[in-house]
Design a protein around this ligand. Structure first.
Ligand code: SF4
Length: 165
């Protein structure tokens, strides 16, 4: 499974938004939701609710099966139910891995798309340790480990953040 961590804190995310922005929270409903809740419906709603409580205008909550499928991302933009909200939106917040982010940035090149996650490698869920990274990507500075490195540990080593926004 692809493992991603948060690049920033919730407060840092807000520094990238203006009060007049029209915000779409976009979440992948696949690998990223199986770690400690960075993607998926629950995480999407949690972030959108927090931003609404802080006075931001959330114009769309978009849950997608796999944001790494470019055609699927393209179809979402033109979907009748969503097109109007996407048209008026100014900012998109993708809760996806970096592949998913790249597709959103490509399809919504006229919008500000925030890069909220860093994809660090491949991992599996351990019943003892929770979601772990076992095969970190080159450049992460993490060592491969059959037992796995917990996401809290990986985040600490890389100056990133575990857990949802
Ligand atoms: S976009 Fe990333 S997190 Fe979502 S299904 Fe594809 S690889 Fe997994």
């Amino acid at each position: 499974m692809i493992i991603s961590l948060r690049r920033m804190t919730y407060d840092d995310l807000k520094k990238n938004l203006k009060k007049e922005d029209k915000v779409v929270v976009w979440a992948c409903n696949n690998c990223i939701k199986f770690r400690d809740g960075l993607g998926g419906r629950e995480s999407m709603n949690k972030l959108a609710d927090k931003l609404e409580q802080d006075g931001y205008d959330i114009v769309r909550r978009e849950l997608i099966g796999a944001s790494c499928l470019l055609d699927l991302v393209r179809k979402r933009r033109t979907d009748e139910a969503a097109a109007k909200a996407f048209e008026e939106s100014t900012v998109i917040l993708p809760l996806t891995c970096e592949d998913g982010y790249d597709n959103v940035k490509h399809v919504f090149s006229d919008k500000k798309v925030l890069n909220l996650t860093k994809t660090i490698g491949l991992g599996v869920f351990s019943t003892k340790k929770g979601m772990c990274v076992n095969y970190p990507f080159e450049g992460t500075g993490l060592e491969p480990s059959v037992d796995g490195i917990t996401l809290t540990e990986a985040a600490k080593k890389m100056g990133l953040h575990s857990g949802p926004y």
